[in-house]
Design a binder for this molecule. Structure first.
Ligand code: CMC
Length: 422
């Protein structure tokens, strides 16, 4: 595993410390600093984990400079063109694309595990009709730990697989139940023969006494968005799932922690924030004013859907989304926010502030426009992201548990009071 080493010279202590360096398959080599406290008495300091690798992983790779994203070695362009979401989930978890038989068996299992225990629906009685969908989703997914206490047997590979299937299967059911609670619609159950996203559309929009046929284009667009959002290596929510999971907690609780982390506007909440921002900007003439606000360090306003911790180039997912966005808008009617978004992107990409900092549109810049065209309310956008990211979360959690792990426990640079007396 150790491919070479680097020497750290501590001139104050007159010491040289040799640290092993590991070469990845792709990306930058990493220095193993685990021996630093013992050899030299130091911890390291990296707020926001900007340069720290927290684990070894074989699932997803991002080349931020080139704007490339790979799932298990396949480019996101290749995956999104040739696989559906469930096959992508299988690939992320198992490491290989499923054969036709494996794909069919996986789809059947997802159908088998998707029903929610009826008691879950009673929780809705405690929520206001307009409670934020992410608040409800965090609570409901965490509550599944109470229904599946057997999931705590995390060292059982079979049980881990069942947990992952249950989660991927139930997330659309939970999301649709949240929407129906908001609308006051009665709970409905899935049809047997529909695909994952078609079934989700029915669960959301079918009303008693009215025929509903899910639109294949809408189902295709959702499937694509789910693929693009499925995984993104050690992002904040995935790292949260790993950290919570590293205590050996019930996996439903760990995924619920991931959902909570995803909610923030700097992460999955950005898709909701983008549409709110476009509404606030209102029209093309106001773009220069908002670009100036985004550049002003005294102003907390940021261009939502722009910038990324890892990408210093166009987010490849944003490019893929743009093409389906046009198809959807053609079918569902133009949305003036699309033109506004394009003009905003154009203005930002010409501006020195954004050029120098390599700030480009990310996946969430256009995804909300599609969700909105499909009739999904803005406050449900992050819930959509959570449905998709569940496949990544369970793949990472499973990898961590099967590879062997230690409890995640960061250190700190303490700058509080020295010891004192009362
Ligand atoms: N608008 C204006 N300035 C920005 C923006 C933005 N959207 N993003 C970064 N900057 C500036 C930032 O102020 C800093 O400037 P300076 O060097 O003068 O201090 C510089 O660019 C570098 O940014 P950073 O804050 O060090 O970047 P980060 O890696 O800490 O944060 C980010 C990444 C995604 C949180 C941030 O770009 C952001 O808040 N963007 C808007 C929210 C957003 O779209 N988030 C979705 C990310 S993609 C979906 C996902 O994977 O969850």
């Amino acid at each position: 595993m150790v491919d070479r080493s680097v020497k750290l010279v501590d001139s104050q202590q007159g010491k040289e410390i040799e640290l092993p360096v590991y070469e990845p398959t792709l990306g930058r080599p990493v220095i193993d600093i685990a021996s630093l406290p013992k050899e030299a008495g130091y911890f390291t300091h990296d707020p926001g984990f900007g340069v720290t690798s927290s684990c070894e992983s074989k699932i997803t790779f991002i080349d931020g400079g080139e704007g490339k994203l790979l799932y298990r070695g396949y480019s996101i362009e290749d995956v999104s063109e040739n696989l559906n979401y469930l096959d992508t989930a299988y690939l992320l978890y198992h490491g290989e694309v499923p054969t036709k038989e494996q794909s069919e068996a996986y789809t059947q299992k997802i159908k088998y595990y998707r029903l929610l225990n009826e008691r879950v629906h009673h929780f809705f009685d405690g929520f206001y009709y307009d409670a934020h969908p992410m608040a409800m989703m965090t609570g409901l997914v965490g509550s599944l730990a109470a229904f599946y206490p057997d999931a705590i047997d995390i060292n059982d590979e079979k049980m881990r697989e069942i947990t992952s299937l249950r989660l991927i299967a139930k997330m659309p059911m939970i999301a649709a139940a949240i929407y129906r609670h908001y609308k006051g619609y009665p709970v409905i159950y899935p049809e047997h023969n529909e695909g994952y996203t078609e079934s989700f559309l029915r669960l959301m929009f079918e009303r008693p006494g009215q025929d509903y046929e899910p639109d294949p284009l809408a189902a295709k667009a959702l499937d694509l968005l789910f693929i693009l959002h499925a995984d993104h290596e050690q992002n904040a929510s995935t790292s949260t799932v790993r950290l919570a999971g590293s205590t050996g907690t019930n996996p439903y609780a760990a995924i619920s922690a991931g959902i909570a982390s995803l909610w923030g506007p700097a992460h999955g909440g950005a898709n909701e924030a983008v549409l709110n921002m476009l509404d606030e900007i209102g029209s093309v003439e106001n773009i220069p004013k908002f670009i100036e606000k985004a550049k002003d360090k005294q102003d907390p306003f940021k261009l939502m859907g722009f910038g990324h911790r890892v990408y210093r180039n166009y987010d490849p997912r944003a490019k893929i989304i743009q093409s389906i966005c046009y198809e959807i808008l053609e079918r569902y009617g133009d949305d003036p926010r699309m033109e506004l978004a394009m003009k905003l992107e154009e203005a930002a990409l010409k501006d020195d502030y954004f050029i120098e900092r390599k700030l480009y549109p990310n996946v969430d810049f256009y995804s909300g426009i599609i969700y909105s065209a499909l009739g999904i309310p803005v406050n449900m956008f992050t819930v959509m992201f959570a449905i998709a990211r569940t496949s990544g979360w369970v793949a990472h959690w499973n990898e961590m548990v099967s590879d062997g792990y230690r409890i995640g426990r960061p250190r700190q640079l303490y700058t509080g009071n020295n010891i004192r007396k009362l």
